[in-house]
Every structure is written in structure tokens, then in C-alpha cells.
Ligand binder design. Structure first.
Ligand code: CTP
Length: 445
């Protein structure tokens, strides 16, 4: 009995898949097909898959060519599978030539000629409308957005808005964007969606204008500086049939989502405390962080990440919130702030600083154990679940590719296309709550 194994995503099943399985089947007596899990695809940066794992398994089952279908959950699993199933031949398409030579130590490796002219990527492009995106602002993060958007199917950045036309044009040239505008209304008329990355204090007006014109909005954090404004924007989005998302990348990152799943599954017991920190020492006083008129300061700049962790883990109903803060009197901005939250049976502290340094970590204290995520926890790539009996400790690793904006961009496009109706990564209620905390702090400060 000769056993053959092959792997793939098998999204939007096509003739290339069918031909590959037929030929792989002929290499032996039994064919095992490994279908990649959603989490594995996400973690290796393949963010455009349209069908769920169940649908993709069904695609392979219906081909009638697989004797056994398994799920590929993580990198490194192949060698384990090959040994476990006593595999004789590993077969894969020729797009992978050379990449799996290391498997030759365990079984034969056969690269099968890839069928020309067909791929899931091409089918997705034809199937999905391309969302035309305009970028609002030409600042630090917008370039990263353009680069990261290239990893997601279904959008095209076609316009950039800047108050200063010359800057917008320079940005457009640098990032090969066709339209540069200093008239926001004009830019809006050319796009389906906007990514807003201007100073915090003007997020509200730019987002409102876009929503009123029926444009989808992905807005940098903090969405707004008051709870009322955030509530109004989400209402406007509903009324105009638009997607509104606050661009908190951590909320969409695979590692952070896995961490939340582990906590919600009760592995560390009841959550008793959350401590989350994000500090930077920013010496350049000409930056927005030191400009009170642009709503600078540590909490508005960096607070969203720790507030996200606290909100996701303990909810939006604290009994009490108070702040300890140090202000730079010359610039009138907070340079170090700790927000203390009291919940029923739990407590949390968010620590941020622009003139302070400590480990940017996240620690979740539970009644049975704790989770520790070292800096930079907001780019969750690695975390540990630890117990009194350290033999039970477990380490978790997930990829967080480069700047990580691709995860929120993929979620935004999926929501626009109606492929992700749920807003579980970050609900309007959670986003509005975070705006409310920032407002409360600014009122007291
Ligand atoms: N395959 C093939 N011929 C094609 C497309 C895919 O032989 N035209 C093979 C791949 O080499 C792989 C298997 O089919 O061995 C599963 O590939 P998968 O990545 O699921 O398909 P793609 O169409 O390449 O998907 P994508 O465009 O998302 O990369």
C-alpha cells in the first residue's frame, strides 16, 4: 500500500485543484489531503480566502479523490503527518518547487506541474468587486497602510487627500496612487471607502462627512474624543448602510484573537486583573504627541491598545474609573498616565507614557493561572499561559506579519463585501466605550 499526501487551501475549488488531486491520487493507492485551517492561513498572511474551512473540506470531499482529509493547523505539521500516516509520497504543485525538499528525508517528494491559467486568486478577483479606497492624510502611518493593503485582495488605493496639495501629490507619486486631492468632497466622489489617518481631533468630522455620502470608513484610533461623537458615527453608518471600523490592529490580529479564545474558554479561571502597558520615549517635541491642540498626549496617542485589552477581557461596565497622570506643563499634554478600572470582582490598569519607559507587556491574572505577553504585546506573536505547577505552562506562537495592518484591512473588506457580518473583533459598543474613557480622562485633565 503506497500512501500519498498533499496540502492546500482549496478555496473556490477549480480545475487546477482537480487535476492536481487526480495526478497525486495516481502516485499511490491512498490519498491524504491536508486542508489549511482558517487560523493557519491567517497566521501565514493568506488573508483573502473566501470559503470557510468546512466549505473547503467539502470541496475536496466532493472531488471523490481523497481517501482521508485532515486539517493543517500549523507550520511544521507536515513532517509529523508524514510520520504518523506512514506516508510514501509527498506531492505538491510546481509553484512550490524546492520549498519542500527538506521532506525528502522522510519520503519521496514530487512536484506536479501546476495547471496554467487558473488560480483561486484570479477567481476571487473576478468574483469580488474591487473597493476603491481613498486615504485621508499623508502622515506617518498612511504609507504603511498602502504597503499593507497589497497583501489583501479586493481593494485598490486610488486616491489620497491632504490639506496641502503638494504633499498629497508627492505621496501619490511615491506610492503610485492615481489621484491626489486637497478637496475632501471631491476625493469622496471618486471612492467607495476611506481610511482616515489625520490628527485625532478631526477624525469625527472626516468620518461623518464620508458616512453622510455613503462611503465606508476605516478610521485610525482613537475613533473620536467623545462618546457622543462615536455613538453618532455608528448610528450614521447604520443609517447609510456603511461599514464603520476603528483601526485598532490588535483587535484583528490572529494571536490576540487566540489569546481571547483561551481566556474565554476558562483556561486561567476567572479573570481577576488585567495590566496592559504601552510606553515610548518621544523626544521630538514638534510631533503631534506634544501638541495639545491636536489632542496629543500619552492617553490619546497610546491608550487605545491597553484600553482594548481591558475592554475585551472585562467588558464595558466598570464600576469605577480613575486616573493617575503626569502632565508636561509647557506643552499641556499628559506624558505618563495610568487608568485604574474597578469591575465587579476584577481590576485593571492601563499604563501609557510618552516620557516614561517600562515593559510594554500584558498580564492577565486569573483564579487558576495567568497569561503573560511580553512587549510588544499589541503585536501579539507570542504568549505564555502559566500555572502554579509550571509543568503545565504552555507557550503559544502566531505570526504577526510586518506592520500588521493587513488584518484590519482584510476584516474591513470582508465586512464591506458582506462576508463577515459579525463585528465580534471590535463591536460598536466596545469602540464607543473606549471613546468614553478617553473623554472622561480629557475632561478631568
Ligand atoms: N494548483 C495547481 N494548479 C493551479 C492551482 C493550484 O496545480 N492552477 C495546486 C497547488 O500547487 C497546490 C494545490 O493545487 O498544490 C492547492 O493549491 P491552492 O493554494 O489551494 O490553490 P491556488 O489556486 O494556488 O490558490 P491561491 O491563488 O489562493 O494561492
Amino acid at each position: 500500500m503506497k500512501t500519498v499526501i498533499t496540502y492546500g487551501t482549496f478555496d473556490l475549488y477549480h480545475t487546477g485543484h482537480q487535476r492536481l488531486l487526480e495526478r497525486a491520487r495516481k502516485l499511490g493507492d491512498k490519498l491524504i489531503v491536508g486542508v489549511t485551517s482558517d487560523l493557519y492561513d491567517q497566521s501565514r498572511g493568506k488573508l483573502n480566502v473566501q470559503q470557510s474551512l468546512e466549505e473547503r473540506i467539502e470541496n475536496v470531499r466532493r472531488s471523490g479523490l481523497a481517501d482521508v482529509i485532515i486539517v493543517e493547523n500549523e507550520e511544521g505539521q507536515k513532517i509529523e503527518d508524514i510520520q504518523r500516516y506512514d506516508v510514501d509520497v509527498f506531492a505538491i504543485g510546481s509553484d512550490w518547487i524546492g520549498k519542500f525538499d527538506y521532506i525528502k528525508e522522510y519520503c519521496d517528494v514530487v512536484y506536479l506541474e501546476r495547471t496554467k491559467g487558473v488560480s483561486s486568486t484570479d477567481i476571487r478577483k473576478k468574483l469580488l468587486p474591487i473597493i476603491r479606497v481613498g486615504i485621508v492624510g499623508c502622515g506617518r502611518i498612511t504609507g504603511r497602510f498602502v504597503n499593507e493593503s497589497k497583501f489583501v485582495s479586493g481593494l485598490d488605493v486610488i486616491a489620497v487627500y491632504g490639506r496641502d496639495k503638494k504633499k498629497a501629490s508627492e505621496f501619490a507619486t511615491k506610492y503610485e496612487i492615481s489621484g491626489a486631492y486637497s478637496d475632501y468632497g471631491h476625493m469622496l466622489s471618486t471612492v467607495d471607502a476611506v481610511y482616515i489617518a489625520v490628527s485625532h481631533h478631526v477624525h469625527y468630522e472626516f468620518a461623518k462627512k464620508a458616512l453622510l455620502q455613503g462611503k465606508h470608513v476605516l478610521c485610525e484610533k482613537p475613533l473620536t474624543l467623545t462618546q457622543e461623537q462615536a455613538t453618532e458615527l455608528y448610528q450614521l453608518a447604520t443609517e447609510h448602510g456603511c461599514v464603520l471600523m476603528e483601526a485598532i490592529k490588535t483587535a484583528y490580529a490572529p494571536g490576540f484573537c487566540q489569546l481571547l479564545g483561551i481566556v474565554k474558554g476558562g483556561v486561567i479561571g476567572n479573570v481577576l486583573a488585567v495590566d496592559a502597558a504601552f510606553t515610548k520615549i518621544i523626544t521630538d517635541k514638534t510631533l503631534r504627541e506634544y501638541d495639545a491642540a491636536q489632542a496629543g498626549g500619552a492617553l490619546t496617542e497610546l491608550g487605545t491598545y491597553p484600553l482594548l485589552a481591558i475592554t475585551k477581557l472585562l467588558g464595558t461596565q466598570p464600576l469605577n474609573v480613575s486616573f493617575f497622570s503626569i502632565k508636561n506643563e509647557e506643552y499641556q499634554v499628559d506624558t505618563f498616565t495610568r487608568a485604574h478600572f474597578t469591575y465587579k470582582g476584577a481590576n485593571a490598569i492601563a499604563t501609557v507614557g510618552i516620557e516614561a519607559k517600562r515593559e510594554g507587556d500584558l498580564c492577565i491574572t486569573g483564579s487558576k493561572g495567568y497569561i503573560y505577553v511580553p512587549a510588544p504585546w499589541w503585536k501579539t506573536e507570542y504568549f505564555e499561559v502559566r500555572f502554579e505547577n509550571s509543568e503545565r505552562n504552555r507557550k503559544y506562537f502566531t505570526k504577526f506579519e510586518e506592520d500588521g495592518l493587513r488584518y484590519e484591512i482584510a476584516a474591513f473588506i470582508k465586512r464591506i463585501n458582506g462576508n463577515e457580518p459579525s463585528q465580534h473583533h471590535l463591536s460598536p459598543e466596545e469602540s464607543i466605550f473606549i471613546a468614553g474613557i478617553i473623554e472622561q480622562f480629557r475632561n478631568q485633565a
